[in-house]
Design a protein around this ligand. Structure first.
Ligand code: ACM
Length: 267
């Protein structure tokens, strides 16, 4: 399957310009699946919940889904992209998966980062897995990376590829995702943005270095810190079905959940 990552710097608040920018990658969006950054239609540094409310869209039904759906249809591919979502009075930092025939699935970010705790409601979708052709695909968003439980649940539910839109500011994730990929034997596409945003509150410097890692933890492609571009890699997602680590070790069925109680206990 073709797996395309699209790294760029959205302009804060200019949804039209950002959708136009994304549409400008159309030639790179053909077949397979493409992953774009977190909040890629709006930018990141909101001044408060009211401002998020002004930009949040219905999924499906909003303008961003319409434009992304058009790209998916024309390119014959699935697209994963981060957009702010409105559902009644709730606001979520969400990632949408859009198929070439217009079906949508949504993941709402479970682990909110820093000021996001004031801007959004915590996600309530859980970690779901969706069919993309023959493969099974799950989504995480940015800071979810630091909770290994999230990727593990996706692996236990059969995800072969984790699509991971991000707006990373800490320096650890790209290396940590090699471990997430090894410990779950999955592919992970972490797609970050570039640039800097400062709008009166805290400033954010985004770290780029979007990447695709295979189940052996090998980095198949990694973009630069400041590069705004798309890159495609051919991946054999069937490799993620093989959970045999040695002749006597099966990654998932050898787990000892009887010893892991604290991990799911509510504190
Ligand atoms: C982040 O979760 N956007 C750092």
């Amino acid at each position: 399957m073709k797996l395309t990552i699209v790294q760029f710097a959205p302009v804060f608040g200019d949804v039209d310009a950002n959708l136009e920018r994304i549409s400008g990658f159309a030639e790179d969006l053909a077949g397979g699946i493409a992953v774009l950054p977190e909040l890629c239609t709006t930018g990141y540094a909101f001044e408060g919940r009211e401002e998020v409310a002004a930009f949040a869209e219905k999924i499906p039904g909003g303008r961003s889904c319409e434009i992304l759906g058009g790209l998916a249809r024309e390119g014959g591919l699935h697209i994963v992209a981060g957009i702010p979502e409105r559902d009644g009075t709730h606001l979520y930092n969400s990632s949408v998966l859009i198929s070439p025939t217009g079906e949508t699935a949504v993941y709402r970010k479970a682990h909110l980062f820093l000021e996001e705790k004031s801007w959004f409601d915590p996600g309530d979708t859980g970690f779901t897995v969706h069919r993309v052709g023959e493969a099974r695909v799950g989504m995480l968003i940015c800071f979810d990376w630091i909770y290994p439980e999230a990727a593990r649940v996706l692996a236990l539910r059969g995800a072969q590829l984790i699509c991971h839109p991000a707006n990373l500011v800490l320096p650890y994730c790209q290396d940590a995702m090699k471990t997430r990929a090894i410990e779950n034997r999955v592919f992970i596409a972490t797609v970050n943005r570039t640039g800097r945003e400062e709008r009166g509150g805290p400033w954010y410097e985004f770290t780029g270095r979007s990447q695709v890692v295979n189940p052996k933890g090998e980095v198949l492609i990694r973009l630069g810190e400041d590069e705004d571009r798309a890159e495609t890699v051919e991946v054999d997602l069937a490799q993620a079905l093989d959970k045999k680590m040695t002749e006597r070790n099966q990654l998932l069925s050898d787990r000892r959940p009887d010893l892991y109680g604290e991990i799911t206990a509510v504190k």
